[in-house]
Design a protein around this ligand. Structure first.
Ligand code: PEP
Length: 251
């Protein structure tokens, strides 16, 4: 049985003060949540403050990116050591906004996934097709490349640690959710790719989140699908009641 994992990606939102307020509101609702792994991913500037708020709860903190390098002349980057100092446990890697606006490629994303695992951080690897891919009937081929390249040379033992987030780009921040059937179809496909790469046991263990306009209203149906193991939440993660509503749907 895979445990659902619900992560809130706060993106470039919230000052430290606002982040503390949101984290406190979420803590009131979810501090003792055992049935779902809950992860808050504030901007780098608020990681420490949010970690302080949720210390002594079951809530985890994640970052929205991480460098593939250890240290040195990499202006503007943040390392695994720096993140771990702030009690970060998860790292979102290869989000479609990073692929699109900062031209992150599968090669670099794979380097980051490897580095994270090597340093005992849990990667959340984001994959997903654009609208034009779906319309061209290329959803599976696009997602397959992202999964195979993003997880290239990852040892089979890591599949219980890492998380894959399937996020159709056309559903992110648009209010358009994939139907539960559309999402389930791609999730099952991703699991079949993992099975082909590393075997049935790892494919059965790996958690695959859905992301793209998930809200308390559509979460129950999405999370009821057999291959959907949680959600990566953008907009709705900025409101404690909505975020907690999604987590409760996953219990
Ligand atoms: C995201 O950016 O990962 C995301 C799923 O955003 P939203 O929930 O706003 O669509």
């Amino acid at each position: 049985m895979r445990k659902n994992i619900i992560a809130g990606n706060w993106k470039m939102n919230k000052t430290v003060e606002e982040a503390v307020e949101l984290a406190n509101a979420i803590k009131l609702e979810l501090a003792d949540c055992k049935d779902v792994d809950v992860v808050l991913c504030p901007p780098f500037t608020a990681l420490k403050a949010v970690s302080d708020v949720i210390s002594e709860t079951l809530i985890n903190v994640g970052s929205q990116n991480m460098s593939s390098e250890d240290e040195g002349a990499y202006t503007g980057e943040i390392s695994h050591t720096m993140l771990k100092e702030l009690f970060v446990r998860y790292v979102i890697l290869g989000h479609s906004e990073r692929r699109e606006y900062y031209k992150e490629t599968d090669f670099w994303i794979n380097k980051k996934v490897k580095k994270a695992l090597d340093k005992n951080l849990r990667p959340i690897l984001c994959v997903g097709e654009k609208l034009e891919d779906r319309e061209a009937g290329s959803t599976e081929s696009v997602v397959e490349v992202q999964v195979r390249e993003g997880l290239k040379d990852i040892p089979v033992s890591a599949y219980t640690e890492l998380v894959i987030a399937y996020e159709p780009v056309w559903a992110i921040g648009t209010g358009k959710t994939a139907t539960s059937e559309q999402a389930q179809e791609v999730h099952a496909f991703i699991r079949s790719i993992v099975k082909d790469m590393v075997g049935a046991e790892a494919a059965d263990a790996v958690r695959i989140q859905y992301g793209g306009s998930m809200k308390p209203g559509n979460a129950p149906e999405l999370l009821a699908q057999p291959d959907i193991d949680g959600g990566l939440i953008g907009g709705a993660a900025l409101d404690a009641t909505s975020f907690a509503g999604i987590v409760k749907a996953g219990m």
